[in-house]
Design a protein. Structure first.
Length: 221
């Protein structure tokens, strides 16, 4: 199903001033494609992704998943929609500090899927995903011993481990070296090829090259 944004407007109030971050944004994001949302810093990319994911509500406008409008859903409805269907990564990439990297992933998988699936097949998927992101040798480490780049890649793995049908990530390649930028983009591209709708924000030229669909967000006027 396509993701349809219909005249999305988002305004904030600070003291007595009102700021318009998004102004009547309308776009159809195609199903099963790798979509990159680009634009200058501060243009509202994070805000737009949060609205698509149902983490923030627009001041005006509607979001549709296919024919289903999600902007009218309550918190329980949105929570139910996310579970087992959606993988979301914000710029906050914190892991649970008292769990190892692998335990962090296992917890995300169990919550999303209800711990369903063949244990051997699930273990193989863990190994494949950790290997693709260069994390295999770190899976028994705790977050306190990981670098910021390793934590970011672990957060990417945590988002992808349930194989969500809709993947939404805010700047997943920011502050990674070129090798890991390529690894992350190739992994996300493979998820879209397998049928997931992947939506990310990015400044990376490589991301724009890999994208099936590109949308450049502009400042609200």
């Amino acid at each position: 199903m396509d993701i349809i944004l219909d005249e999305i407007t988002k305004k904030y109030k600070r003291d007595k001033r009102e700021f318009t971050v998004l102004d009547k944004v309308s776009v159809t994001i195609p199903h099963g494609k790798f979509t990159v949302i680009s634009g200058d810093s501060g243009v509202g990319k994070s805000t737009l992704l949060n609205i698509i994911a149902g983490l923030s509500r627009p001041t005006q406008g509607k979001v549709y998943y296919g024919e289903k409008e999600i902007t009218s859903l309550g918190d329980d409805g949105l929570s139910e929609l996310r579970t087992g269907f959606m993988g979301v990564m914000t710029q906050n990439c914190e892991l649970i500090p008292y769990l190892t990297l692998r335990e962090n992933l296992k917890l995300a998988y169990d919550i999303s899927t209800g711990n369903k699936g063949d244990k051997r097949a699930v273990s193989d998927e863990f190994e494949e995903l950790l290997g693709a992101l260069g994390l295999s040798h770190l899976q028994n480490e705790y977050p306190s011993s990981l670098s910021s780049g390793e934590i970011k890649r672990a957060a990417i793995a945590r988002t992808l481990i349930p194989h969500p049908k809709l993947v939404i990530m805010d700047e997943p390649t920011a502050n990674l070296d070129r090798k890991n930028v390529r690894a992350v983009l190739q992994l996300l591209k493979s998820f879209s090829i397998e049928g997931s709708t992947v939506i990310i924000s990015s400044h990376e030229q490589e991301a724009l090259v890999e994208a099936d669909f590109k949308y450049e967000l502009e400042y609200a006027t």
